[in-house]
Design a protein around this ligand. Sequence first.
Ligand SMILES: CC(C)(COP(=O)(O)OP(=O)(O)OC[C@H]1O[C@@H](n2cnc3c(N)ncnc32)[C@H](O)[C@@H]1OP(=O)(O)O)[C@@H](O)C(=O)NCCC(=O)NCCS
Length: 156
Amino acid sequence: MQTLHVLCRNATNEDVDSLYQLINGYAEKGIMLPRSREALLRSIDTFVIAEIEGKFVGCGALTKLGDDLVEIRSLGMSEGYKGYGIGGLIVEQLISNAKNQGISKIMALTYAVSFFVKNGFEVVDKEIFPEKVWTDCMNCPKRHACDEIAVLKKLQ
Ligand SMILES: CC(C)(COP(=O)(O)OP(=O)(O)OC[C@H]1O[C@@H](n2cnc3c(N)ncnc32)[C@H](O)[C@@H]1OP(=O)(O)O)[C@@H](O)C(=O)NCCC(=O)NCCS
């Protein structure tokens, strides 16, 4: 694994099936919100994917919550590819994309707190994100008892 070359790139329409399988697999375990193929196609330009020798191994996406705030969503690795630093590479690429859009704050709602802290995020109160409440949360089965932790990173 250490000698394999990981490529992080922006997703294209050809990645939709891989994204669909990974995201909905995690959605069945309650870790992510499900996404239809149509929704994925509509938001394909927000996704970054990681691949090794042409094989899809993970993804993440950025959703704009406000003029200066984006959220990391749908971040996940394929089984067998966790713990090799690839999630960190995807977050780096998402941060770079956010900076290119002139955004200075990036947040996530997550159970993987130590992963985000390791990548320079700090734990914050989710109430500081009023932008978040009326978007995806409305469709989330856990919206009245959200137990995810908010993390934030300010970009230079
Ligand atoms: C969370 C996830 C994306 C991290 O990607 P990864 O490639 O495995 O992570 P990296 O190898 O870059 O970093 C590993 C570090 O993150 C931490 N980490 C990984 N998964 C974690 C989790 N679920 N909870 C807390 N910390 C986690 C590990 O402790 C590890 O730290 P260490 O190297 O000091 O042991 C991946 O484990 C995953 O797909 N998990 C399931 C889906 C998920 O929970 N997504 C997050 C939704 S916001």
